[in-house]
Design a binder for this molecule. Structure first.
Ligand code: GN1
Ligand code: MG
Length: 354
């Protein structure tokens, strides 16, 4: 992807009706996939902020379908939030259409941009500052499931084909190992063997009768905005991977990220542990909100979801390391390997504790 500069952000911003003149553009570096900026527009002394993002079309080949999913799901959520007496502009994202009315803008070079209202007075956490914080994120992801439990999941587009097809992820991993185009496989033999020994995880979702649901597919704690004043979880963000799937993977993804005692790319593995207490806090509040909407099989399979997704994420990070760090943004060599290693460490502990 070409680099995102102030100039092309500014140019893209001009194609959205931001209710005034753009007065500042601040690039944000937190995501692994898209490029994000906060744009401030001003009119008559009144300022409003927006999130402007360039959608990574190497990853999301159909930005039109992706945005259609988001518009449909957020509109559905807004109705539910409104009828429950909530604030539909703060409790879910609001897409700001381009000037031509489309939900995104394609620039002259083929880059796709979209805008959201920026949610003021909110905070997000990469890691829980308090254990309860993680429990709260369980509640909001559980609510997300409950509110969408009567949405026809099968009508959504698959924004990334085979996203949680662990079998395909495993095949890609094996190809990366055998091609070894960066000559890196030799130094990670232990990790490769660990993942090969556990290939049975790839069968979990192949043999299931669980129903298809609307999944978020990136249920990291850092994808929840908390209200700064009340401290309560307010809004689930990063809706790019909304698509049909099985609820245990959304649960599992939240666990692998949030029930860890370290950052996802921690280099010192002695700091990386699976925190059973955090797991329990998340599960309890998730089930409190979503429990009635879930089947017995789904509830019973939640621990498998945690292991499965941690396994799959280890495969994905190690594959990317082996092919030369082409998918995930990296800031240093070896970062994807460090990420893969933290996942392996977590999985080892989950296998003992869950
Ligand atoms: C990616 O860009 P970000 O951080 O929202 C990835 C997720 C991974 C995650 C690992 C579309 O999400 O699937 O779980 O990194 N998103 C995509 O942190 O591949
Ligand atoms: Mg994401």
């Amino acid at each position: 992807m070409r680099e995102t500069t102030q100039k092309n952000i500014q140019e893209a911003a001009d194609h959205f009706d931001l209710g005034g003149k753009t007065v500042s553009v601040q690039i944000n570096h937190s995501g692994h996939i898209n490029d994000t900026a906060i744009v401030t527009a001003e009119k008559d002394g009144f300022r409003r902020r927006y999130i402007l993002q360039r959608i990574n079309t190497d990853v999301f080949s159909r930005p039109d379908e992706l945005m259609e999913n988001i518009v449909r799901v957020t509109s559905f959520l807004k109705k539910k939030i409104r009828s429950a007496g909530g604030d539909p502009e703060r409790e879910t994202l609001t897409v700001v259409p381009a000037r031509d009315g489309a939900p995104f803008y394609r620039d002259g070079e083929g880059s796709c941009w979209r805008a959201y209202l920026y949610l003021e007075n909110t905070v997000c956490y990469d890691r829980p500052d308090l254990p309860e914080r993680f429990g709260q994120s369980g509640a909001i992801f559980g609510r997300f499931q409950r509110m969408l439990s009567d949405y026809p999941a099968e009508t959504l587009y698959e924004t990334i084909a085979d996203f949680h097809n662990t079998k395909v992820r495993y095949q890609n991993f094996l190809s990366a190992v055998s091609e070894d185009c960066m000559r890196r496989a030799g130094e990670v033999e232990r990790e490769i063997r660990f993942l090969e020994d556990r290939r049975d995880y790839t069968r979990i979702l192949q043999e299931t009768s669980m129903p298809l649901r609307v999944l978020h597919n990136d249920t990291k704690l850092s994808n929840v905005l908390f209200d700064q004043k009340t401290g309560k979880p307010l809004c689930v963000i990063d809706l790019d991977t909304i698509m049909p799937g099985y609820v245990i993977t959304d649960f599992g993804d939240a666990i692998r990220f949030g029930a860890s005692t370290s950052a996802e790319d921690e280099r010192d593995l002695t700091k990386v542990h699976f925190d059973r207490n955090l797991y329990g806090l998340f599960r309890d509040s998730f089930l409190q909100e979503a429990g009635h909407a879930l089947t017995d099989e789904e509830v019973r399979m939640l621990p498998d979801g945690a292991k499965l997704i941690t396994y799959e994420q280890a495969l994905r990070f190690l594959t990317d390391y082996l092919v030369g760090d082409v998918y995930y943004h990296t800031e240093r060599t070896g970062q994807n390997l460090d990420r893969a290693r933290t996942q392996i460490r977590l999985l080892e502990e989950m296998e003992r504790m869950l």
